[in-house]
Ligand binder design. Structure first.
Ligand code: DAH
Length: 340
């Protein structure tokens, strides 16, 4: 009778083992069959009641079954453990030879992008790109541009003064003088760069911003030449028709002087903080170079004349990308910068 129970136990345990898929399930099979209170232990309790010759035979059988099961359980455990290790190694595999990803590639600042585009355009039309100092002398920033010390135009360009009477340049116009002085006429030049004003900061005013100066000096230069270059510039930048208007404007270094305005591209002329609700944005003051400036540069105004313009590069970038707050440009905020 015990033979039957033992072989049933053995067959059951093997079945369960075959379907066990985790180490816990294998352990449960072991406890049920071989544990201290397991089935084999239960059967062994009957052992004492057997005749001596039966005892020897059943004892042997019990030992064999126990040893067999133990070894089968160990084998099953080992293969599950190996499978678990394989899965883990697969999941946690790291290629130590892969190069590190390195810093994320950046992009050019929107103002720099616009500046480079304008530079390319003017270079293609034969203009030279010039640079000038950001810390400027009073002479180049004002006097040589026909703005003497007592001229009210100085009040409109309040800036940061150094203790030696030099100043942070309020515009790129001094590069007109430096350029013409150095290279002489005829000259077609642009000068992009950073300028400074002692400004109350608001959505359209910053103490630090970018301008691009342009000047052409040659024989018989007219307002028609000037308008041609401005129109070429604007259609290249905005890739579309923009509405412009030219109205008289006063700047001591040009005569006559004009303001070129464009219809605000943020609000389409309806009125917004950028255009101060007027629907127009002053983009390019311009005019014919004042004879006094030519003289300061050593060019004879009887022989030479020209036009000049000052482009608000920062403002142009705002119009181009539809940015309604100038302060974003210098915020260093990557959520803003990575859009360009
Ligand atoms: N420099 C002037 C400013 O920043 C702008 C300007 C006006 C530049 C007329 C010019 C010009 O070249 O012709 O306010």
């Amino acid at each position: 009778m015990l033979d039957g129970l033992i072989s049933q136990l053995y067959a059951n345990a093997l079945d369960q083992l075959a379907s066990a898929e985790t180490l816990d399930q294998v352990e449960a099979v072991r406890v049920e069959a071989l544990g201290r209170k397991g089935k084999l232990a239960e059967i062994s309790k009957e052992f004492g009641k057997l005749a001596p010759e039966e005892r020897a035979r059943i004892g042997k059988l019990l030992n064999t079954v126990k040893a067999e099961l133990e070894s089968k359980i160990e084998t099953r455990k080992a293969s599950l453990e190996a499978a678990a290790l394989d899965a883990r190694l697969d999941a946690e595999w790291v290629d130590l030879t892969t190069p590190a990803p390195g810093p994320r590639p950046g992009s050019l600042h929107p103002v720099t992008q616009v500046q480079q585009e304008v530079e390319d355009l003017f270079v293609s039309m034969g203009f030279t790109v010039l640079d000038g100092p950001e810390v400027e002398t009073e002479y180049y920033n004002f006097d040589a541009l026909n703005i003497p010390a007592d001229h009210p135009a100085r009040d409109m360009q309040d800036t940061f003064w150094l203790e030696d009477r030099r100043l942070l340049r309020t515009h790129t116009s001094p590069v007109q003088v430096r350029g013409l002085e150095k290279l002489g006429p005829p000259l077609k030049m642009i000068a992009p760069g950073r300028v400074f004003r002692n400004e109350e900061v608001d959505p359209s005013h910053e103490h630090t911003f970018y301008q691009l100066e342009g000047m052409m000096v040659d024989h018989d230069v007219s307002v028609a030449h000037m308008i041609y270059f401005m129109k070429t510039l604007l259609s290249a930048i905005f890739h579309r028709e923009v509405t412009v208007r030219l109205r008289p404007g006063f700047f001591p270094f040009v005569e006559p002087g004009f303001e070129l305005d464009i219809r605000c591209l943020i609000c389409n002329g309806e009125g917004c903080p950028v255009c101060k609700q007027s629907g127009w944005v002053e983009l390019m003051p311009c005019g014919l170079v004042h004879p006094a400036v030519l003289r300061y540069c050593g060019a004879d105004p009887e022989v030479w004349n020209g036009f000049a313009f000052g482009l608000g590069l920062t403002r142009l970038a705002m119009m181009r990308y539809g940015i309604d707050d100038i302060r974003l440009f210098s915020s260093g905020d990557l959520r803003f910068l990575t859009q360009f």
